[in-house]
Design a protein around this ligand. Sequence first.
Ligand code: ZN
Ligand code: ZN
Ligand code: ZN
Length: 253
Amino acid sequence: MQVTFLGTGTSQGIPVIGCNCEICSSGDPRDKRLRTALMLEKGKDRLVIDTGPDFRQQMLANNVKSLSGVLLTHEHNDHIAGLDDLRSFNFMSKKAVDIWAENRVINVLKRQYPYVFADKKYPGTPELVLHEINQGKIRIGAFEVEPIRLYHYKLPVLGFRIDDVAFLTDVSEIPPESIQKLTGLKLLIIDALRIREHISHFNLKQALDVANKLKPEQTRFIHISHHLGLHATVNSKLPAHIGPAYDGLSMSI
Ligand SMILES: [Zn+2]
Ligand SMILES: [Zn+2]
Ligand SMILES: [Zn+2]
């Protein structure tokens, strides 16, 4: 399976509009972070997790021409604001795009994109089929996806385990029953917003604590803000198998 980091930034991305800090003005391309999203590829199947405001750029940067489906972690704008751009895939495949999300998220999508889900649709609007995630595994083409319950402050959100890869974004608490589903990972992808603590995201120390507990072969951090530090500096202080991800990083797992 090929795992590609489409975006690794927090809700504002990096650089932040109007910010002249060392990170936002860094010349290192790894310090430029689009909003967090992941792509998984297996044979001819391709899955994307989250369609934030940078979705169009992410599809262009990675020359993506087909999608087997989309998984959504939660309804915050930095994870769903690119939904309309899925229509490009309708035009190419002449088919609807399948989206999987929890019921609460589906209701938000219907409210935020009323023209997409209207009975009488305006011509040219996206063709999306919504599938509700309940409990248990989901089969999408070659992928078997296990939803993992996480908490983003008090909001229940979903992480996903696909084979031995787990994607846990926008998380500040992993309940014990979810920890049990995260053993034996080859790659842990986990929220590490910044150095200081935050109410709704893990900071670097908390993300490291999870990695030390689960002992995956490799760990990469996502949903990174300009308060984490320069990519090169953060990376140099960590062991080789743990470190921040960067946009465009692609790993064969
Ligand atoms: Zn987010
Ligand atoms: Zn900055
Ligand atoms: Zn969020």
